[in-house]
Design a protein around this ligand. Structure first.
Ligand code: ACO
Length: 385
């Protein structure tokens, strides 16, 4: 305890464990990530977003029958209620897509005719519905922002393919669908990060799943969390020419500015997801546009400089958001849709954690040390100076 009698305050809850979980292990020292015991490298190489969702929600890899039935549930849940489409149409061009996403997801509770059923099985069904509809909502927000109208989902397409189809109105190339599927797998889950914690805080009051994940969406929006992918790409665009990279980073660091897409509360080494994205980006180069090539060149020079300056000494390495931007650009995705796509993936992590936490729920109620005055005299308004 400090000399003035104040308790030690864990700003940002650094070092505080909030739950015992079997969903995800982040090894920030070795730079390893596991979903339900499977390494992210294995899943990224062999799995699909649908299979990873099943794994995260139900705790084991599905059999063929289980996967088929899960995919069917996701496909059946894709169409959006008319009122939700109206919400998107009204707001899509007037506000940030993350704000529209928050409102549209919140509106989904109006279509849940079993709101009072809080059993685990009802919440798992709700989770599947949310995973499916979040993708349709994100796609539709992207579509309306570009001036298009609602595209009916196509049940012959995978989750990633259908998201791109509903967003663009045309069926995606195999390359784009595979890339999006990979990005969805990599963003699906990451233990008690800010948005998952926010979901848990809201849900720990026994508010419903829609309220809880709406809180998660709100937390994901900020540039210190999910919004970093957009911020990192904006920085690369501002740098413009690869030869400007070192000067830009140098000046930013001298000005005590953070370089978005670097640093992590848990990883003090290379984020394994960033490495997978970087490797994919490098393998794409040959057939890419000049824009993607330039962004990649800037990213690589920034990465080298940051690792030299802050990597080994300060543990500040690239995180998942750093190389994501050029990958999304290569898919023709608008910058403001990066974070909503992240949300459409992370929804499974939010739901799985919430359902797990409810098994042994306790309301979150940390303490605050009051350092203000006490017993002040009340002076009537007319007598105040
Ligand atoms: N660029 C430059 N310096 C940095 C960076 C960075 N990206 N990140 C941290 N630092 C420095 C801080 O300035 C601070 O330095 P100081 O001790 O001299 O004041 C020190 O490293 C510790 O940084 P904190 O912000 O206190 O670390 P914290 O663990 O609280 O925050 C965070 C982690 C938010 C991710 C931070 O590294 C950051 O802001 N990074 C940039 C934003 C970003 O990329 N966020 C995405 C994270 S991944 C995700 O959410 C999906």
């Amino acid at each position: 305890m400090p000399d003035n009698g104040a308790p030690v305050i864990n700003y940002g809850l650094v070092g505080v464990y909030i739950a015992d979980s079997k969903i995800c292990k982040v090894d920030g020292t070795a730079g390893r990530l596991y979903y339900r015991g499977y390494s992210i490298d294995l899943l990224a190489k062999n799995s699909s977003y649908e299979e990873v969702c099943y794994l995260i929600l139900y705790g084991h890899l599905p059999t063929n029958e289980e996967l088929d039935s899960f995919k069917k549930k996701l496909i059946d849940a894709r169409p959006l209620p008319d009122m939700v489409i109206d919400v998107i149409e009204e707001f899509a061009k007037k506000q940030d897509p993350m704000d529209t996403l928050r409102s549209a997801v919140s509106a989904l509770s109006a279509y849940d005719n079993k709101m009072d059923d809080r059993t685990e099985s009802a919440n798992l069904d709700r989770g599947v519905n949310l995973i499916s509809k979040m993708a349709s909502i994100v796609a539709t927000i992207g579509r309306y922002r570009r001036g298009g109208g609602y595209v009916q989902p196509d049940s012959s397409l995978s989750h990633a393919e259908n998201l791109l189809y509903m967003m663009n109105g045309t069926k995606p190339s195999q390359k784009d669908a595979k890339l999006l599927d990979l990005m969805l797998i990599l963003h699906a889950e990451h233990s008690s990060n800010a948005s998952t914690f926010s979901t848990l805080v809201a849900g720990s009051t026994l508010a419903d799943l829609y309220s809880a994940v709406t809180s998660g969406i709100a937390a994901l929006k900020g540039p210190l969390h999910g919004g970093a992918d957009e911020a990192a790409l904006k920085m690369m665009k501002t740098i413009g020419d690869p030869d400007n990279t070192e000067t830009y980073i140098d000046e930013a660091l001298k000005g005590k500015n953070k370089i978005m897409g670097f640093g992590h509360r848990v990883y003090k080494t290379y984020d394994p997801r960033a490495m997978i994205i970087k490797n994919d980006l490098m393998s794409l180069q040959e057939n890419e546009s000049q824009e993607v090539k330039t962004l990649t060149a800037i990213a690589l020079r920034a990465e080298k400089m940051m690792i030299d300056r802050l990597g080994k000494t300060h543990g500040i390495w690239p995180n998942i958001d750093f190389f994501a931007g050029p990958i999304y650009v290569s898919m023709g995705m608008s910058i403001e849709m990066f974070t909503p796509i992240f949300a459409a993936s992370r929804i499974v992590g939010w739901c799985a954690h919430m359902i797990e936490y409810w098994k042994d729920n306790r309301i979150f109620r940390p303490l605050e040390y009051y350092s203000g005055p006490l017993d002040l005299q009340y002076v009537p308004v007319g007598e105040r100076k």
